[in-house]
Design a binder for this molecule. Sequence first.
Ligand SMILES: [Zn+2]
Length: 199
Amino acid sequence: MQGKSHLLVGLTAGIVLDSAIHLTGDPLTMAKTVPLALLIHKAVYYWSVGFGSLLPDIDNARSTMGHKFGKISKEIQHLAGHRTLFHSLLGLAIGSLLAIGLEQVVIYLMDLRGLEFPALFVAGSHLVFFGILFGCIMHIFADSLTLGGVPLFWPSHKRYGFPPNPHMRFRTGTWPEGVIVWSFMIVVGIGIWLAVLVV
Ligand SMILES: [Zn+2]
């Protein structure tokens, strides 16, 4: 899938996850007042999910992440190839380690700017860690819907996808990709709208 699709799928799924288990605190639709801390939690969480949803394509120098990481990305693509290590369970383990490190950086930067309370919340809830990991999982899932599938158990080169028959999957960048991404966003949007109506 293309970077934009990954970002939209990741962030939309992130909304579903947050409304199911309230990672960032009270949902905005239910909060009587919207304290600044809650907005900061949500910003940190969605940044993490967005980052995670693009991260596996670090192995493709021409992707959104590839452009950001330049040389590193070229080197990874050269050594491992696109849709290999970073689109597998092993890649998820590496992504988790990276997420733990990045979480510490975020906490440090927040402390530095005098945001002690949100920093404590991030440290206690592991918002950054869960956000990045969830984004990565959604990326691999979204790519599994495409014709190429994903090498889930890399270094084994066998590729997996959903539906299992590759002829029922679509080629990255063709029209079904947009249909799937937009249908998913519309379904979640209707879900949120109904939830607001019920409240
Ligand atoms: Zn990918």
